[in-house]
Design a protein around this ligand. Structure first.
Ligand code: TEU
Length: 537
């Protein structure tokens, strides 16, 4: 890749490797499984794979706890397989983005084993330590998945800081030696031929626990500019930072066109709208539709020409969007297509999470079948706090991370063609009806709709370049917007719900071409979950 901002016109597909394709019968997916499915991805038309972590890991948090950044976990295969994946991807025009977890490592990483052996060890300062007494931590900060953010190590007589589970000790970015070590590791991956990186909770690296600061610490952008200069800018890479703490102002800085920090960030403003303000994601409220439109519009306009958006509705931490904002019953197919239209009509780099292109849905499992540490900790916590069991389970059904992590549904054979063994997490029982094989054979499937959306983005530059105007801003059901660039225009119309809605094209659009729709054309009201993209020149 030679053009610095080549990633503005690409579409990324996220693979959660543990749940994608097993080739050994182990019950967990592997790299050879991904290689086997590259032709499927090429048919979909994506340009890049964001590979959730495949590095050596004790797998307490499914690979987001790395014990060796330069090795592949044997569960997924070998470095040989990784090289093969990169090479086979390249043949099909598909690049690989690795998922770097730089805020913390595993507690089994040799750095941490050294660090926790003595205060004088040179690695001690790679982590964040504070003095204290065995039963009184330095302060009352809580970890993301429950419990104190401090864990006592008798050997050194100190606490270490962890924003996630105790097996994920936070790295100390204040230490230049640690930073150098990280840069060398990234340069090494660049030599292996990867085309980019997704950076896990990157807004949390500059923590200052004494001041209760986790995200957006004072030195954050200084660290990012150094990281970028020492690594990414030496190649022509795409980078996306996960930043729950990013507002529009900060996103501008992260994604500044001079390339001084990152290509773009994942921000979560829209994803936090259907939870009670100030509460946890588990505390549900219906999606405030008008607010949601306004929020997308603000980001579309706010970053136009001075930053770059990432576009996503799903990932491995989020519930399935068709169950969340769509209708996974009677209108599953139509609403999955509508959500795709709404998102892919916007400016930014779209990300598709595995199975989203099939309209895969949430799942309901008995509590003991959930594998996610966050779900299990949440369940115990709320039980202890006296919540009724039914209410807790409803939160898990709606928001639990395992909704996204059930195995990929390839066909209607046992275990959905994911494994011949016992899957690590139960397959969603709807795989006999929802699977890739049947959708590939059906020209009206969700899969083929995504394929067409991706193709349109490549064919019409207005998808990539156009500005954004929200129409019908106050309408309680319609999401309508216009994109324009050098005399080309798009009109995206979405009837967000199960009721028919009257709507009239204005005169200037009457002769416009319909580029894509999830219904056959007819002159009357918009039908339930109907979506259309018009084009004119
Ligand atoms: O997630 C960041 C994060 O803040 C999560 O705690 C998120 O808020 C939560 O999953 C929503 O319920 C990243 C990874 O994407 C996630 O899979 C990891 O568990 C986490 O970092 C720790 O590395």
């Amino acid at each position: 890749k030679t053009k610095r901002d080549w990633w503005r016109s690409v579409v990324v597909y996220q693979i959660y490797p543990k749940s994608f394709q097993d080739t050994t019968g182990s019950g967990t997916g592997d790299l050879r499984g991904i290689i086997q499915r590259l032709d499927y991805l090429a048919q979909l038309g994506i340009d890049l794979i964001w590979l959730s972590p495949v590095f050596a890991s004790p797998q307490v948090d499914n690979g987001y706890d790395i014990s060796d950044y330069r090795a592949i976990d044997p569960m997924f295969g070998s470095m040989e397989d990784m090289r093969e994946l990169i090479a086979q991807g390249k043949k099909r025009g598909i690049g690989i983005m690795m998922d770097l977890v730089l805020n913390h490592s595993s507690d089994q990483h040799p750095w941490f084993l050294q660090a926790s052996s003595s205060r004088d060890n040179p690695y001690h300062d790679y982590y964040v330590w504070r003095d204290g007494m065995p039963d009184s931590p330095p302060n009352d900060m809580q970890a993301a998945f429950g419990g104190s953010a401090w864990t006592w190590v008798p050997q050194v007589g100190q606490y270490y800081f962890h924003q996630f589970v105790p097996q994920q000790p936070d790295l100390n970015w204040e230490n230049p030696a640690l930073r150098r070590e990280i840069y060398d590791m990234i340069l090494w991956w660049m030599e292996q031929g990867v085309e980019g990186f997704r950076l896990d909770v990157i807004d949390q690296i500059a923590k200052e626990p004494d001041r209760y600061i986790t995200s957006n610490g004072p030195r954050l952008h200084e660290f990012l500019r150094e990281l970028s200069r020492e690594t990414f800018q030496k190649g022509c890479l795409v980078t996306v930072g996960e930043a729950w703490g990013a507002d529009l102002q900060r996103a501008k800085q992260y994604s500044a066109p001079d390339g001084s920090e990152l290509s773009m960030v994942f921000q979560f403003e829209q994803m936090m709208l259907d939870q009670q303000p100030g509460k946890e994601k588990w505390d549900l409220v219906p999606l405030p539709f008008v607010k949601m439109k306004a929020s997308f519009a603000r980001w579309q306009q706010g970053l136009h020409g001075c930053g770059w958006n990432s576009l996503f509705l799903d990932n491995h931490d989020l519930p399935r969007i068709v169950s969340r904002w769509g209708d996974d019953g009677a209108y599953r197919v139509q609403s999955a297509k509508l959500l795709a239209t709404m998102l892919h009509g916007m400016q930014g780099t779209p990300y598709i999470y595995q199975g989203e292109e099939l309209g895969m849905t949430n799942v309901r499992l008995p509590i003991q079948d959930y594998q996610d540490v966050e779900i299990q900790n949440f369940y115990q916590k709320r039980l202890g706090d006296g919540y009724p069991q039914e209410e807790i389970m409803n939160s898990i059904y709606a928001k639990g991370r395992d909704n996204a992590r059930t195995p990929m549904q390839w066909d209607d054979s046992p275990n959905a063609g994911f494994t011949v063994g016992t899957p690590w997490l139960k397959v969603n029982p709807n795989y006999t009806a929802i699977n890739a094989q049947s959708q590939l054979a059906d020209p009206d499937s969700v899969f083929h709709y995504y394929r067409k959306l991706i193709a349109l983005r490549k064919q019409y530059p207005v998808f990539v370049e156009g500005d954004f105007a929200l129409l019908e801003a106050e309408h309680p059901r319609l999401f309508v917007y216009r994109r324009a660039w050098q005399g080309e225009e798009l009109l995206v119309v979405c009837n967000f719900g199960g009721e028919a809605t009257p709507w009239q094209l204005t005169q200037e659009w009457e002769d416009a071409q319909v580029l894509l729709s999830n219904y056959p054309q007819h002159p009357g009201d918009l039908r339930p979950w109907e979506a259309k993209i018009f084009y004119r020149k």
